[in-house]
Design a protein around this ligand. Structure first.
Ligand SMILES: CC[C@@H](C(=O)O)C(=O)SCCNC(=O)CCNC(=O)[C@H](O)C(C)(C)COP(=O)(O)OP(=O)(O)OC[C@H]1O[C@@H](n2cnc3c(N)ncnc32)[C@H](O)[C@@H]1OP(=O)(O)O
Length: 262
């Protein structure tokens, strides 16, 4: 009877803490009070099409987000900005996610906003609207309960450079400092150069995502709370998150196996 009561209490605590964490994560930076009309902004951005933001979610809990507009060095068109927000929402709802690798197609990262769109969004309000939209999205990306890494090959310019700062880590391939000549030959790496870099990023990230998803996600959530919240709120959030893993399956298992930390 006591065990059942303890389990029921633990489950209730888990639900309460998860609700509070989700509320904090989904708070957008901007809303109507700031003149932020998201649906109107999305409508405007969707006038500038091209490229895509692709997401593959692997069984091991690692997501691969690909900035795919190689003709323009993966520059962000308006539709890609809207798609990035859609992929972030998908990742917020991915309960088994542990890690995220963001990279660009065709062996280069991203050369920022599509200058063709920038020319059209030339008035101040349009510029601020795009800025608020991308700040909201990149803040939500930064707050994802996943360990994230930007794999930078080639160039990360302007908004592309800002996108890397929303990740926990940045991995730079040596070539990212030297211009790839493949593009000038009309070719992309054919001997595994792009795949190898992705494989290395997966291997490198695994040192941080080795463990149960619930624990990895909780670690990232306490780091985000510590980074963003005033001390007392951060401590309370930490206590709530601690309560979701203390006495949980991974903790009980570790008390049995007593792992040695070399
Ligand atoms: C908040 C920041 C945000 C904003 O203010 O909205 C921005 O990010 S503004 C954009 C900032 N970025 C840039 O200014 C980078 C511009 N691009 C370059 O400097 C160079 O393209 C490069 C990234 C150094 C690569 O040079 P290179 O290897 O010589 O390739 P090309 O220059 O020939 O580019 C190939 C092809 O891609 C087009 N391209 C590249 N970047 C953009 C871009 N940001 N917007 C639109 N198109 C872009 C370039 O014009 C070439 O196209 P073609 O001329 O049709 O071949």
């Amino acid at each position: 009877m006591e065990l059942e009561m303890a389990l029921a209490l633990w489950k209730n605590l888990l639900q309460t803490a998860k609700k509070r964490i989700l509320q904090q994560r989904r708070l957008s930076l901007y809303n109507g009070a700031h003149g932020y009309e998201e649906e109107l902004i999305k409508k405007k951005l969707q006038q500038f099409s091209g490229g895509s933001i692709n997401l593959s979610k692997e069984d091991n809990g690692i997501g691969i987000l690909t900035l795919n507009n190689p003709k323009l060095m993966n520059a962000f068109t308006g539709t890609m900005m809207v798609e990035l927000q859609e992929r972030v929402t998908e990742l917020e709802n991915w309960k088994d996610g542990k890690g995220l690798i963001i990279h660009g197609a065709s062996n280069t990262f991203c050369s920022g906003s599509d200058l063709n769109a920038v020319k059209e969004l030339s008035n101040s309000q349009d510029g601020m609207n795009m800025c608020m939209f991308m700040q909201n999205t990149l803040t939500r990306l930064m707050r994802l309960p996943l360990i994230s890494v930007a794999l930078v090959q080639g160039k990360a310019f302007g908004g592309g450079a800002e996108l890397t700062t929303a990740c926990d880590f940045r991995l730079m391939t040596p070539g990212s400092e030297i211009r790839f000549v493949h593009k000038h030959m009309g070719l992309v790496p054919g001997w595994g150069g792009a795949a190898a870099a992705l494989g290395h990023a997966r291997e490198w990230l695994s040192q941080y995502t080795d463990g149960p998803a619930a624990v990895i996600r909780a670690v990232k959530q306490v780091v985000t709370a510590g980074r963003e919240l005033p001390l007392e709120d951060a401590l309370r959030t930490e206590k709530d998150i601690f309560g979701t893993v203390w006495g949980g399956p991974a903790n009980l298992q570790a008390l049995v196996t007593r792992p040695k930390h070399k």
